[in-house]
Structure formats: structure tokens, C-alpha cells
Ligand binder design. Structure first.
Ligand code: ATR
Length: 278
């Protein structure tokens, strides 16, 4: 059997098994299985280093283990190295290799849901400065975004992100200065948990954001966050965050099983139904 798992703590909520087992079935791969592995923090590094011994050819890594996985592994691709975080582990002839496909998933989702969108068309505004913001900032820069503007409740964390990634053109704003960040921007992305069911919403207005800008959110429960609803009602193009989850899974599946899977409306509907969303 070719066994792959998702490692997290907790991990029950992960939709990765649903996505990968759907593709396994669709492609008729009979010797493959994708499981959940709940691993507490004190066991994460050891489990990750011993993946092969546990019978796994690869894994996804989710919260809170992405940085631990980076530290536990000896080999990484360039993106994981830059982010110091791993969400995908692949067995290579040289041993286990840590990769990071979160930024790929973010960009692929925008290209899929907003055809013609290009990072290089203007400055991008990122709300938040956590792990997701790091992956997205690096991916947007790699795609040619001319400037990355980071708005964060704690500006010092945004400064640290920009310095650590050595972003070529970055600017940091407090939440109070959000309007200045939005001026002339081409993309606004929320990477915080604001807007998630049970959390408070992004509060600042969008008036300074140019008409043609795209607004997106990595939160997908609810599918349309308060930010996305306000943006849609104000006439902006919007893209929800579910596609990032679906697209980030593609490179891992291809590496483990040798088939590049597709993100289809059918897969999206399957995950939406499982989340109890429409
Ligand atoms: P992840 O790794 O999933 O991106 P994280 O590292 O916990 O998550 O980062 C969470 C981000 O959401 C941070 O930018 C955090 O702001 P701070 O750096 O100021 O902590 C932001 N965030 C979380 N809750 C928030 C809130 N209620 N208001 C504003 N920002 C919030």
C-alpha cells in the first residue's frame, strides 16, 4: 500500500482525507490510502522523522506542526526553506523532503476563480502576519507583485515578516492606517481568522480600494465572510478561500501518486457539502 496521512493536533477537522481519497477513487489508484494522524506537539518531530518507519510514503502537515516539520526534516524545497514551514512531505531517493504548497494554492485559486488576474498589475494588501500571511506574501512576490503591503494589529509582527522573508518591496501599516494601505492597491487578502464563524469581522472600510481590485479571504467557513460580502456589495470582484485548500493539495498528490489531479466543481461541491456549506 502507498499510505499518506495528514498530521495535525487536532486533525479531525481536516478535509485533506476527503480531497485526496476522492482523487484516489477518481483515478482508480487501488494501492493508495490517505489517513488522519492526530499527533500531539511533543511527538510531532519524532513522528515526522519516522514517517517511513510508520509505513507512510508522504504526508500533509497542518496546524500546529508546520514549523516543527520544517525543523525536523533535513531536506526542503526552496519555498519551504524560505518560509521555514512545511505542509507537504514527499519521499525522494535522498530521503524525506519538506515542501510548502500553501502559496501555490493561494495563487492557483485566484487564477482559477478570477481568470486574467495577475499579481504584477499592482500592490497587494495582506491583512495579517501569521504563517498563512508569510506563504501568501512570498507567493505574491514570486508572481511579480510590485509591492506587498501588510496591515496587522501588531505592526511589529508584520515588520518581522517582511524582514525575515527579505521582501524586496514591503510596507507595514497599522489597522488605523488601513485606508492608506488600500490606496492604489490591486488585491486585498485577509489571512487572519477575522470573519470565521464565531469570530469578529474585519472592520475597516473599503472606500480607498480602487474599483477594479480583487478581494479574497482565506477563511472559508462561512464561504462568504463579512469582508467578502461587503466587497461584493460595493462592486468588487471577490474570491472565497475554499479553492486555496483544494489547490494546495494538487502538488502533493502528484508527487505521491504520479498523477496531477484536477480541482473540479464536483470536488468543490463535495467539500462544501462536508462542511455543511452551499
Ligand atoms: P496563521 O499561522 O494561521 O496565519 P497566526 O500565526 O496565529 O495564524 O496569525 C494570526 C493573524 O491574525 C495575526 O496576524 C494576528 O494579528 P497579531 O499579529 O496582531 O496577533 C491576526 N489576528 C487574529 N485575531 C485578530 C483580531 N481579533 N484582530 C486583528 N487581528 C487578529
Amino acid at each position: 500500500m502507498r499510505k499518506v496521512c495528514v498530521i495535525g493536533w487536532p486533525v479531525e477537522h481536516s478535509r485533506s482525507p476527503l480531497i485526496h481519497n476522492y482523487w484516489i477513487g477518481l483515478h482508480g489508484i487501488e494501492d493508495a490510502v490517505y489517513e488522519r494522524l492526530a499527533v500531539p506537539p511533543d511527538a510531532a518531530a519524532g513522528t515526522i522523522r519516522n514517517l517511513g518507519g510508520l509505513g507512510f510514503i508522504g504526508a500533509n502537515v497542518t496546524v500546529p506542526h508546520k514549523e516543527t516539520a520544517f525543523a525536523a526534516l533535513a531536506r526542503h524545497d526552496a519555498i519551504a526553506k524560505r518560509l521555514k514551514a512545511v505542509n507537504t512531505i514527499v519521499t525522494t531517493p535522498a530521503g524525506l523532503e519538506g515542501r510548502n504548497t500553501d502559496g501555490y494554492g493561494f495563487i492557483a485559486n485566484l487564477k482559477d476563480r478570477s481568470p486574467g488576474w495577475k499579481a504584477m498589475s499592482g500592490p497587494a494588501v495582506i491583512l495579517g502576519a501569521g504563517g498563512a500571511a508569510r506563504a501568501i506574501a512570498a507567493a505574491l512576490e514570486a508572481e511579480g507583485a510590485p509591492e506587498i503591503r501588510i496591515v496587522n494589529r501588531t505592526p511589529a509582527r508584520a515588520e518581522a515578516l517582511a524582514a525575515d522573508l527579505e521582501l524586496k518591496s514591503a510596507a507595514v501599516y497599522s489597522e488605523d492606517d488601513a485606508q492608506a494601505a488600500l490606496r492604489g492597491a490591486h488585491l486585498l487578502v485577509n489571512t487572519t481568522t477575522l470573519g470565521m464563524k464565531g469570530e469578529s469581522e474585519v472592520m475597516f472600510g473599503l472606500t480607498a480600494l480602487p474599483r477594479g481590485a480583487l478581494v479574497t479571504d482565506i477563511v472559508y467557513t462561512p464561504l462568504e465572510t463579512g469582508l467578502l460580502r461587503r466587497a461584493r456589495e460595493a462592486g468588487y470582484k471577490t474570491v472565497d478561500g475554499l479553492g486555496m485548500l483544494l489547490h494546495q493539495a494538487v502538488p502533493g498528490f502528484e508527487a505521491w501518486f504520479g498523477v496531477r489531479p484536477e480541482v473540479t466543481p464536483e470536488l468543490r461541491a463535495l467539500v462544501l457539502a462536508d462542511l455543511g456549506l452551499k
